[in-house]
Ligand binder design. Structure first.
Ligand code: TXA
Ligand code: MG
Length: 350
């Protein structure tokens, strides 16, 4: 299959192009498109065959359910049986935006889309291209992150091209995404609602709106021995090709330790990659070093993480050491993804 690659304006998407993309989706094809979190790989959420194509293109296990993306609330009520008052409050506060809610599904949503579950995850993304594409398609769009299964989610259209060129119909390119990590998932079928995947909308932000929210145990426990409730969270995601080790502790001491480890690996003939904050950049001159942003700027760290992991795949790093980052608020999502990429491998210095 030849994949069409089209540039599109992020704020004022060219209507004719969005219409063409909408037709592709309506006819059962696949279009990768930008959202504010990461690029998504879209197909008709009401068409089981489209879901099969998505799984095939990504090489993804088909028990891992897809998120249905909607452009307005009428679409939500077509998909789900019941919307609680708390869900309404969250939607008021955070939609369109980086938040996904899990509800009981109506029969119209095929089991192929939900990985056999009787629930469906729904999100209204905050990106003009995504919203207009859904409008033009006239159906909710099922969209996982537009990466091959096991690779970091794409934060640029080039990342999508690397992974999916020749496997899908079209890629819409509107440049870098804003957030860079996937949406927060809230399970609204339990009381109190439970966070299944941390993201830009934090527990604290949600609790200000609806009161108590819990977090899936599997996210909180470092060594995740507990099976996560979101099926997709159990897979070894976001993995760079080289083994990644996170070095945690007081910043100065952690940097010293990283340098010591890096020198050892270098002496053993290994190509070393370093992920560090701006504040520590000057320490690692002799290694291939990528700065992820200031220690005090979690938005930058979240925005850059997946891109950097991909870049190390390209440069052929054989072993990667990363600083650890603050794990409060958005930092919880950042550390969740970083630790997954590291296969939970962390060294604590004290
Ligand atoms: O930000 C995002 O959410 C991006 C953009 C494209 O919108 N999408 C995304 O999709 O991250 P994906 O497929 O890579 O991740 C979906 C996650 C998986 O962990 C999956 O198991 C979980 O959502 N999920 C989907 N439906 C679910 C359900 N009914 N119950 C529990 N977890 C569900
Ligand atoms: Mg994904």
């Amino acid at each position: 299959m030849k994949t069409r690659f089209e540039k599109i304006d992020a704020l004022r998407p060219e209507k004719a192009l969005v219409q063409e993309a909408g037709v592709i989706i309506r006819q059962g094809g696949l279009v990768a498109f930008p959202t504010e979190t990461v690029y998504g790989l879209g197909g008709n959420a009401l068409d089981e065959k489209a879901a099969e194509k998505i799984y095939a293109a990504k090489g993804r296990p088909s028990d891992n359910p897809l998120i249905a993306h909607i452009a307005h609330l009428d679409m939500l009520y077509e998909l789900v049986t019941e919307v609680s008052e708390k869900a309404e409050k969250l939607m008021d506060a955070f939609w369109p935006g980086p938040m996904t809610l899990v509800f009981y599904k109506k029969p119209i949503v095929p089991m192929g889309t939900t990985g056999g579950l009787d629930t469906v995850a729904v999100r209204m993304p905050a990106h003009p291209v995504a919203l207009q594409l859904i409008e033009e398609a006239g159906v909710p769009i099922a969209a996982p992150s537009a990466n091959l299964s096991g690779r970091p989610s794409p934060t640029r259209a080039d990342h999508v091209r690397e992974d999916l060129d020749g496997r899908i119909d079209m890629i819409l390119d509107s440049g870098d995404v804003r957030i860079g990590l996937e949406s927060t998932i809230f399970d609204m079928t339990v009381e109190p609602p439970m966070i299944l995947r941390p993201g830009y909308i934090t527990k604290e932000m949600a609790e200000e709106v609806i009161g108590k929210v819990t977090v899936d145990q599997a996210i909180l426990s470092d060594q995740s021995k507990v099976a996560p409730k979101a099926p997709g969270m159990k897979y070894r995601h976001y993995a760079p090709k080289a083994p990644l080790t996170v070095v945690a502790g007081e910043p100065e001491m952690a940097a010293e330790k990283m340098k010591e480890l890096a020198l050892q690996a270098k002496a053993a003939g290994k190509k070393v990659g370093i992920i560090c904050t701006d504040e520590m950049l000057s320490r690692f001159g002799e290694f291939e070093t990528k700065s992820i942003g200031s220690r005090f700027d979690p938005d930058a760290i979240g925005h850059n993480l997946y891109r950097i992991l991909r870049e190390f795949d390209e440069t052929g790093a054989e072993v990667i050491y990363s600083e650890s980052f603050a794990s409060d608020s958005f930092g919880q999502a950042i550390m969740n993804r970083l630790m997954k990429a590291a296969g939970q491998h962390k060294i604590e210095v004290s």
